[in-house]
Design a protein around this ligand. Sequence first.
Ligand code: CTP
Length: 414
Amino acid sequence: MRKALPDRPSVLLVISGGIAAYKALDLIRRLRDRGLGVRALMTKGAQEFVTPLAVGALTGGKVFTDLFDREDEQDVGHIRLARENDLVVVAPATADIMAKMAGGHADDLATAVLLATQSPVLIAPAMNPAMWAHPATQRNVATLSADGVNFVGPARGEMAEAGEAGVGRMAEPLDIVSAVLDVIGPHQHATRLAGRRVLITSGPTLEAVDPVRYIANRSSGKQGHAIAAAAAAEGALVTLVSGPVGIPDPPGVTVIHVESARDMLAAVEAALPADVAVMAAAVADWRPAKPSRGKIKKDGTGKVEPLQLVENPDILASIGRHHTLRPTLVIGFAAETADLVRNAKVKLKAKGADWILANDVSEGSGVMGGDDNTVSVVSAAGVEAWPKMTKADVAARLVERIAAALPRRREAAE
Ligand code: CTP
C-alpha cells in the first residue's frame, strides 16, 4: 500500500543526466510554488550537470543519490522513497533511463525506485532529436505508455548542441507543472483552475519624459493583483505583469515587474501561451516621443517646450487579436467616466476581447486606489451589472466565471 501523505501532495523528482538537468532547479521552485512537497533523487549522470547541494537548497531536504548508501537506506530506504509520494516525475528523462525503465532494470537508486513505485509516473524526455526519433527509443516510449507512464513533451526547438533543432527539447518547467497537476489534480489538488495558465496585467505604466520625470495613469494595482491572487488560489499557474505599484507581490504567482507600456507588451507576449488573459493594467495611452537622456532644465524665461506624445501599443488588442497564440478567454477592463456600457461594447469589439469589465472611475466613485469596485460585465451575451463589492470579491467572482467558461479538460478522474 502506498502511504498517502495527509497534508499536501508530494512529488518525488528523479533527475537524470542530461543538459536539461539545470531546468530541474526551476521546476522544483515552481512545484513548491504550487504548494507541492518535493523530494529529489539524482542519478550519477545528473550530478555531472547540477550538484546535489543546489538541488537540496531548493527542495529544502536531503537529495538521494545512492542505492547502496547505508545511511540513506537506514534513514528512508529505496522502497519507502518509492512509496512516500503521490507522483514520481522524471525530468529530464534521458534515452538511457527510459530504456532502463522499459526494460525493468533496477541497477541504481533511480531505476530501483521507478520499478518499486506504485504511484503514477510522469516523464519529461530530453535528448538529441536523432536519439528521440530512433526506433529503439520509440519502442521504449510505446512500452512505457502501455505500462501507464504519462509523458510531457518533448518539445520542438533548438538543442543545446549548436545549430541543431528538432523534437527532443525538454518541456518547459511550467508545462511540466501543468502536467503534474493534471495527473494528481483531480484527486489531490481539486481546485477549479488547476494547471491553467492565466496571464494578468496590473498597475500603471510609467512613460519617461527624462531620467527624473514621467507621465502615468492613476492605478493602485489592487484589482489586478487581487485577480492574480484569486486565480492562484484556484490552482492556476499565474504570470502577473505589473507596472510600479506600492502593494506586495501576491503569493504563489510569478511576477514580472515592468515600467513602460512597451516593456509590458514585451513581457506579456513572452508569457504566452496562456489559457486566459486578464488585462487589468491602466496602460498609459501615450508616451513622450523623444524622452530626453539628460534632465530637462528650466531656462528661466517661463517658456515651456510642449511635450510631443506618440500613442503606445494597445496590449489588450494585441492579445485579443493575436494570430497564433490568442488565449481561449481574453478579458479587459474599461475605465470610463461616462456612457459606461456603450463605451465598453465599443472596446469589446475594437480589442477582440471576450469580456470587458466596465467600471465607473469618475471622481467620487472611489474606485481609483480604493478597496471597492462596481463593475458591469459586457460580453457578446449581454450586460451583467454586479453590485458594489470589494476588489477581492470582484476577483473571486471573476475567477469563478472564468473556471465555468473554460472548456472542460480531459477528465483524469475516470
Ligand atoms: N489597454 C491596453 N493597452 C493600452 C490601453 C489599454 O492593454 N495601451 C487595456 C486596459 O488594460 C484595459 C482596456 O485596454 O483592459 C481598456 O482600457 P481603457 O483605459 O479603459 O481604455 P483605452 O483603450 O485606453 O481607451 P480610452 O482611454 O480612449 O477610453
